[in-house]
Write a protein that binds this ligand. Structure first.
Ligand code: DGL
Length: 272
């Protein structure tokens, strides 16, 4: 499939947080071209109904489809929890989400199969991580915990702030002694990884962004679709260019100083 290998990978998220997945992809798959879409106009997905998130996911996917992508990555944990199988059925390119790769890795690194999952309210409510972990290891104990204040704190740039440490203690201390690994089931959480680890020092943290990038590499290898482009192209779109979008983006991807988002308005055709 020579013609496919240098086509871009489409990546979408509810906002800029999904750049943590792009960061992992750039490290693990440096020759790949991609088109990134952050649906900043509709952030946060984690507080929305499942149906609304599904609609947004389809609008994002249709936008990315226009770029003749070879694969689509749903970088958003919330959208992956709610809409992945519908997207996989609706499009003829492979669609991968962040849930299954992280679930697999958590089972692998968790000696006693006592796994914690943190994410948005919607992600935890769907129990998709729990289902995926149980498909792989039915005896695993899974404890889900919604951490809704993390996203606004991180969006505010409070990465090393005592408020974030306090909130992390409030959310995570009850998990002490109960889990041996913890899935960072939200695009934003890798940015406060150190704070999370300081509250749960004995626990192995699983970064869904890196698990997904490795799974994507495996898929591209199997299909013979690994890019050999010397200068891969990277395009960044957002549905609303807000004041702090560029600064948050630079915080996540400081190695791409030229990173500029272009604004795009998505058609709001109803999804059937
Ligand atoms: N991208 C979302 C996720 O990974 C977090 C932000 C939001 O709620 O939209 O679940």
């Amino acid at each position: 499939m020579e013609s496919l290998r240098n086509k871009p990978i489409g990546v979408f998220d509810s906002g800029v947080g999904g750049l943590t997945v792009v960061r992992a992809m750039m490290e693990i798959l440096p020759s790949e071209s991609f088109v990134y879409l952050g649906d900043t106009a509709n952030l946060p997905y984690g507080e929305k109904s499942a149906e609304m998130v599904r609609q947004y996911a389809f609008h994002n996917a249709r936008f990315l489809q226009e770029f003749d992508i070879k694969v689509m990555v749903v970088a958003c944990n919330t959208a992956s929890s709610v809409a992945l199988s519908d997207l996989q059925q609706a499009f003829d390119f492979p669609v991968i989400g962040v849930i299954e790769p992280a679930a697999k890795e958590a089972v692998k690194v968790s000696p006693n199969h006592r796994i914690g999952v943190i994410g948005t309210k919607r992600t935890i409510r769907t129990q998709m991580y729990t289902h995926k972990i149980h498909e792989i290891e039915p005896t695993a104990t899974v404890i889900g915990k919604a951490c809704p204040l993390f996203v606004p704190l991180i969006e505010e740039g409070f990465l090393h702030h005592e408020a974030t440490t306090l909130i992390a203690q409030e959310y995570l201390s009850p998990l002490r002694g109960k889990i041996d690994s913890l899935i960072l089931g939200c695009t934003h959480y890798p940015l406060i990884r150190d704070t999370i680890q300081s509250v749960l020092p004995e626990v192995v943290l699983v970064d869904s962004a890196y698990s997904t990038a490795r799974e994507l590499r495996q898929l591209l290898l199997e299909k013979g679709w690994l890019s050999d482009a010397l200068v891969p192209s990277r395009l960044f779109y957002a549905t609303d260019i807000t004041e702090h979008l560029n600064s948050l983006a630079r915080m996540i991807l400081p190695e791409v100083p030229s990173l500029v988002f272009e604004e795009v308005r998505l058609a709001s055709t109803p999804v059937v």
